[in-house]
Write a protein that binds this ligand. Structure first.
Ligand SMILES: [Zn+2]
Length: 264
């Protein structure tokens, strides 16, 4: 990968980056993940690995760049990630994630980035990213008429009904228990097969959790595996379908909303 073709800011020198900013191509995607247990068959960096891979493909499609990911996330919640009590789950508190997001937006905008896109891969992060963005946009005095803006999204919101039907064949358990399940396992099998240990994958029914949150967490409500649903049947072909569909639709949305990255 050369300076001309890489989409990763961390691999670019600052002068080439400045030239790129000056050329009118000014969309930077920030992948967001977590360091979080994902059961016995997936690595703890899964969320950042997936959001970064999706960001790199989308950036390639639209002519954007990808900033260093936020590799830690807000606390895992029992009903969406098994809980923050689980070994390996290493989290930020809300104020830290809000502050980090606010700093990144301010810094990127000050350098001349016109559009910042947060591409989230860890469910619990979303509202704190939103808050950090909102504060930074207020700090910058941006209004609706300004070209500069920030977009936020979680990648699973781009999975189409058609893809869901194809991947799950009618057995979709719901996004809330898709933790260490088919979606993440299939994507990892497509993108990083050397980091998936299917021989260690568990097979159990989706976790049944109450409609309320209870604190302190009752650890026994989380399946011992740490997975909220099983990765049963997950394969690389499903992962490719998910990846290709999500990145294509996301790239189309970014182009429609922000215009062609090459146009000034
Ligand atoms: Zn995850």
């Amino acid at each position: 990968m050369t300076q001309d073709t890489t989409v990763c800011l961390a691999e670019l020198d600052a002068h080439t980056y400045a030239e790129w900013l000056g050329s009118g191509s000014r969309t930077v995607v920030v992948p967001v993940g977590a360091l979080e247990q994902h059961g016995p068959h997936l690595p703890m960096g899964t969320d950042a690995i997936l959001s970064t891979a999706i960001a790199e493909q989308v950036a390639t499609l639209v002519g954007a760049k990808v900033a260093q990911p936020i590799s830690y996330g807000y606390k895992s919640q029992q009903k969406s990630g098994g809980g923050d009590h689980l070994v390996g789950t290493t989290s930020l508190d809300a104020a830290t994630l809000v502050g980090l997001t606010r700093c990144l937006v301010s810094s990127l905008l000050e350098q001349g980035v016109r559009h910042v896109v947060f591409l989230n891969g860890h469910y619990e992060n979303y509202q704190f990213l939103y808050e950090g963005v909102d504060l930074a946009v207020r700090d910058a005095g941006l209004g609706a008429e300004d070209e500069a803006c920030v977009l936020l999204l979680s990648y699973w919101d781009y999975v189409s009904q058609e893809t869901l039907d194809e991947v799950y064949q009618g057995s979709f358990p719901g996004w809330d228990v898709e933790h260490g399940g088919v979606l993440e396992t299939a994507l990892m099998l497509h993108l990083r097969p050397e980091s998936v240990w299917l021989d260690r994958a568990v097979d159990h029914p989706p976790a049944e959790l109450p409609r309320f949150d209870r604190l302190p967490v009752q650890p026994g409500r989380t399946p011992a595996s740490g997975c909220l649903s099983a990765p049963r049947g997950a394969n690389a072909a499903q992962g490719k379908l998910l990846f290709d569909q999500v990145t294509a639709d996301l790239a189309a949305d970014l182009t429609a909303e922000l215009g062609s990255a090459q146009a000034d």
